[in-house]
Write a protein that binds this ligand. Structure first.
Ligand SMILES: Cc1cc2nc3c(=O)[nH]c(=O)nc-3n(C[C@H](O)[C@H](O)[C@H](O)COP(=O)(O)OP(=O)(O)OC[C@H]3O[C@@H](n4cnc5c(N)ncnc54)[C@H](O)[C@@H]3O)c2cc1C
Length: 388
C-alpha cells in the first residue's frame, strides 16, 4: 500500500470548480433562507459524471477510486457549496456495487450514472431506536412476488428529492435471530410511484441547516423480489460496507469546509484594518487560524491513509472512523475561528461563515455520532470493554 502525497487530482478539482463557480454564495444563501433543494446544482453535477465517478465504466460511470471521489466532495465544500445535498449517491455505492446483482446494476446504476435517476436516500435511522440500529422496527413481510414493508424512517436526508432509496428493514423478527445483526435486509425502492399511491408518505423536518431532512412513513409498500439486494437477512453487513466509504467521503467534505473557513478567515484577517493595521497582525487572530490549519492538515493525512487502505482492500474501520472524527472536529474548529476572525460579521448571513458553521456542525452527529466512533476505537482498537 502506498500513499501518494503528490497526487492532488487537480484535473478533477478543476472540473468541480467549473461547476461550483456557477453556484456562488448568493445561490446557497437564498436556498438556505428558503430551505429549498439545489435541484439545478445536483442535476448539473450528476450530468457531468462527477457524482458517479465510483460507478464502473461498464455501467456508464468513470470507474474512479475513493480518493478521487473524496477529492470531489472536498472541492465542492471548499468552494462554498454543500455536498450534503448529493453525497448519498457516492456512498450508497459501497452497498449496491458490492452486493447488488447484475440485473440491478443494469437497471439502476446505468441511469444513476447519466443523471436520469437520483439515488439520494439511504433509509436506516428510526425515531425510537436511533443509534441502536439493529432494533429498528420497519418490517418487510414476504408475500407472493416480493415483500410488503411497513414502518417509519426518521431523519432521512433528501427524501423528497430522490427517485431511489436504499432501505434497511427487518425480515426476521429480532427474537428469532441468533445475532441481532442478522435478519436485516436491504431493498431498492422506486420512490416515485410509491409516493403517488401513498405507500410512501414523506414529510419535511426543519433543521438548523438546509439539509432537506424528512421522515418517511411506509405503508404496505410492495417491493418485488428482484429489488432485494444480495442475500436475505445479510443487510446489516452490507450497509457496513457503505459506511466506511461514507465516513471517508464525509471526512473529505469536512476537510473542504475547513479549507473554506481558513481561506476566508485568512483573507479577512489580511484585509480588515483596525488600529491602522490588518487584524491578522495580531497573534490573537493569526494563531487560532494557524492552529486550525494544522488540525486540518493532520486530519487530511488520516483521510488519505484511510482511502489508500480502502483501495488496497484492507480493513479500514479504524482509519475511516478516525478520519471522520478528526476531520469533523477540524472543520468545526476552523469554523469557530472564522466566526471569531469575522467578529460581528461572523454571524451575518451575508458573509456565509454562519451558514457553513451550521452546516459543518452536523458531521459530529451524523452520519455517525462522535461517541459511537470513540466507542468503536475503545473496544475494537484498544481492547477496552464494550461500553454499551
Ligand atoms: C441532518 C441529518 C441528516 C441525516 N441523514 C440521514 C440519512 O440520510 N439516513 C439515515 O438513515 N439517517 C440519517 N440521519 C440520522 C443520523 O444518522 C442520526 O441522527 C444519528 O446517527 C444519531 O441518532 P439519533 O439522532 O437517533 O440519536 P440517539 O441515537 O438518540 O443518540 C443521542 C445521543 O446519545 C449518544 N449515545 C447513544 N448511545 C450511546 C452509547 N451507547 N454510548 C455513548 N453515547 C451514546 C449518541 O451518540 C448521541 O450523541 C440524519 C440526521 C441528521 C440530523
Amino acid at each position: 500500500m502506498k500513499i501518494d502525497l503528490e497526487q492532488n487530482y487537480e484535473e478533477l478539482r478543476a472540473r468541480v470548480r467549473e461547476i461550483t463557480s456557477k453556484y456562488p454564495d448568493e445561490y446557497w444563501r437564498q436556498l438556505d433562507a428558503d430551505r429549498t433543494y439545489p435541484s439545478e446544482f445536483v442535476d448539473e453535477f450528476s450530468r457531468s459524471g462527477l457524482l458517479s465517478v465510483l460507478i464502473p465504466e461498464e455501467y456508464g460511470g468513470e470507474g474512479r477510486s475513493l480518493s478521487e471521489a473524496v477529492a470531489i466532495m472536498e472541492e465542492i465544500q471548499a468552494n462554498g457549496c454543500n455536498g450534503g445535498t448529493c453525497h448519498a449517491q457516492m456512498y450508497t455505492m459501497g452497498t449496491l456495487l458490492r452486493h447488488g446483482n447484475e440485473d440491478q446494476k443494469q437497471r439502476y446504476l446505468t441511469k444513476v450514472a447519466t443523471g436520469e435517476l437520483r439515488l439520494q436516500v439511504f433509509g436506516v435511522t428510526e425515531e425510537h431506536t436511533g443509534t441502536d440500529t439493529t432494533k429498528l422496527r420497519t418490517f418487510a413481510e414476504k408475500v407472493p412476488g416480493g415483500y410488503k414493508i411497513n414502518g417509519h424512517k426518521f431523519y432521512i436526508g433528501r427524501g423528497m428529492y430522490s427517485d431511489l432509496m436504499l432501505l434497511l428493514a427487518r425480515t426476521t423478527p429480532l427474537d428469532q435471530v441468533k445475532k441481532k445483526t442478522e435478519g436485516l435486509s436491504i431493498f431498492i425502492v422506486e420512490m416515485k410511484e410509491a409516493k403517488e399511491n401513498g405507500q410512501l408518505d414523506i414529510r419535511p423536518i426543519r433543521t438548523t441547516m438546509n439539509h432537506s431532512l424528512t421522515e418517511i412513513f411506509i405503508n404496505d409498500l410492495f417491493v418485488p423480489d428482484e429489488n432485494l439486494v444480495g442475500e436475505l437477512g445479510k443487510g446489516f453487513r452490507y450497509i457496513l460496507d457503505s459506511m466506511n466509504a461514507e465516513r471517508l467521503l464525509i471526512a473529505g467534505e469536512c476537510i473542504g469546509d475547513a479549507r473554506f473557513f481558513i481561506e476566508r478567515a485568512t483573507d479577512w484577517a489580511n484585509t480588515r484594518e483596525l488600529f491602522d493595521r490588518p487584524i491578522g497582525m495580531n497573534q490573537g487572530i493569526q494563531f487560532p487560524i494557524a492552529r486550525a490549519y494544522a488540525s486540518m492538515k493532520a486530519a487530511e493525512m488520516v483521510v488519505k491513509k484511510g482511502c489508500a487502505m480502502f483501495e488496497s482492500g484492507k480493513k479500514v474501520g479504524e482509519e475511516a472512523n478516525m478520519a471522520l472524527l478528526l476531520a469533523s472536529e477540524a472543520s468545526w474548529e476552523a469554523g469557530n475561528v472564522a466566526v471569531q476572525t469575522f467578529g460581528g460579521r461572523g454571524f451575518d448571513a451575508n458573509y456565509d461563515i454562519e451558514r457553513k458553521f451550521r452546516e459543518t456542525r452536523l458531521y459530529q452527529v451524523a452520519p455517525i455520532s462522535k461517541n459511537m466512533i470513540l466507542a468503536f476505537l475503545a473496544e475494537h482498537v484498544l481492547g477496552l470493554p464494550r461500553s454499551y
